[in-house]
Design a protein around this ligand. Structure first.
Ligand SMILES: [Zn+2]
Length: 79
């Protein structure tokens, strides 16, 4: 008997369609520079959880998460 293939769960991608996050709201900026949680460089930006993060670093992480999910769900190219 062949293995059952899981149906996609209808997962929403981590990144919006354009691949860029909208951090234009004021609360994404903090006057105090703290180390980015991804690269450690000082940043004034805060992610959606209020943690210091560069926008490009957050976008890169979310793009990688989407890529991994696509690979393991069979919807994307192999690793
Ligand atoms: Zn960073």
């Amino acid at each position: 008997m062949p293995p059952r293939r899981r149906e996609p769960a209808g997962r929403k991608p981590a990144l919006p369609p354009g691949g860029l996050l909208d951090w234009s709201d004021d609360w994404h900026f903090d006057p105090e520079a703290l180390p980015c949680r991804h690269c450690g460089a000082p940043t004034h930006l805060r992610d959606s959880r209020g943690i210091a993060a560069d926008k490009v670093c957050a976008e890169a992480e979310l793009a990688e998460i989407d890529r991994i999910v696509r690979v393991y769900s069979g919807d994307g190219p192999p690793c």
